[in-house]
Write a protein that binds this ligand. Structure first.
Ligand SMILES: CC(C)(COP(=O)(O)OP(=O)(O)OC[C@H]1O[C@@H](n2cnc3c(N)ncnc32)[C@H](O)[C@@H]1OP(=O)(O)O)[C@@H](O)C(=O)NCCC(=O)NCCS
Length: 165
């Protein structure tokens, strides 16, 4: 039996380069451009991924479609989409460095990631936020229509409880 890779055309594999430029800023999905130290430094202190190890973040990034925001050579923002690139997507780890906030970069990041070719026609695109509902609402995200239908296993302290991962 043919392997999974050979049963799909190149068009369905994720090979395309995604790059957007606005003045001095750039958004790219190139995984080789991700500044892991910078992204880890931010996320491990964030309210949602506090204590995540660099190894675990590296693994998460490898399995995700990631959008990096640069000011010249400096990574100043990030967004990660966990997705099968066909039916489902989960947006997480969104940030813009505080010194760059309020310049429309967060909105630009969400707008551009939504235009990515591999995120078109997604049946369910979800996210969880503490207080940025207003940001996402302008891009079509709404509160769960059927919260009673959602189930989850959540271990909010797992990064701190198992820091060796
Ligand atoms: C949220 C974040 C990515 C927004 O990026 P930004 O570049 O500062 O935001 P923008 O300049 O593009 O503007 C965001 C818009 O969303 C609105 N907004 C709603 N909730 C917001 C929130 N919690 N934080 C920031 N903006 C928010 C802003 O008021 C603004 O609206 P406006 O254009 O009408 O003034 C950035 O502030 C950030 O990294 N915050 C800390 C990390 C975080 O909370 N990430 C989101 C986790 S779900």
């Amino acid at each position: 039996m043919a392997g999974l890779r050979s049963r799909f055309s190149v068009d369905t594999m994720i090979v395309s380069e995604f790059k957007r430029v606005r003045g001095q800023y750039e958004i790219t999905t190139d995984p080789d451009r991700i500044d892991l130290d910078a992204v880890h430094a931010y996320l491990t202190r964030s309210y949602w991924a506090e204590g995540i190890s660099k190894d675990l973040l590296t693994k998460a990034i490898a399995g995700s479609l990631c959008f990096s925001l640069f000011d010249g050579g400096r990574q100043v923002g990030f967004a990660r989409v966990v997705t099968d690139r066909a039916t489902f997507a989960y947006l997480c780890d969104v940030y813009v460095l505080e010194e760059y906030s309020g310049r429309g970069l967060g909105k630009w990041l969400i707008e551009e990631l939504q235009s990515h070719p591999d995120l078109q026609g997604i049946r369910r695109f979800v996210l969880v936020t503490r207080d940025a509902h207003g940001l996402y609402a302008r891009f079509g995200f709404q509160p769960l229509q059927n919260p009673g239908g959602y189930m989850e296993i959540v271990r909010p302290d797992i990064y701190k409880l198992a820091p060796e991962r």
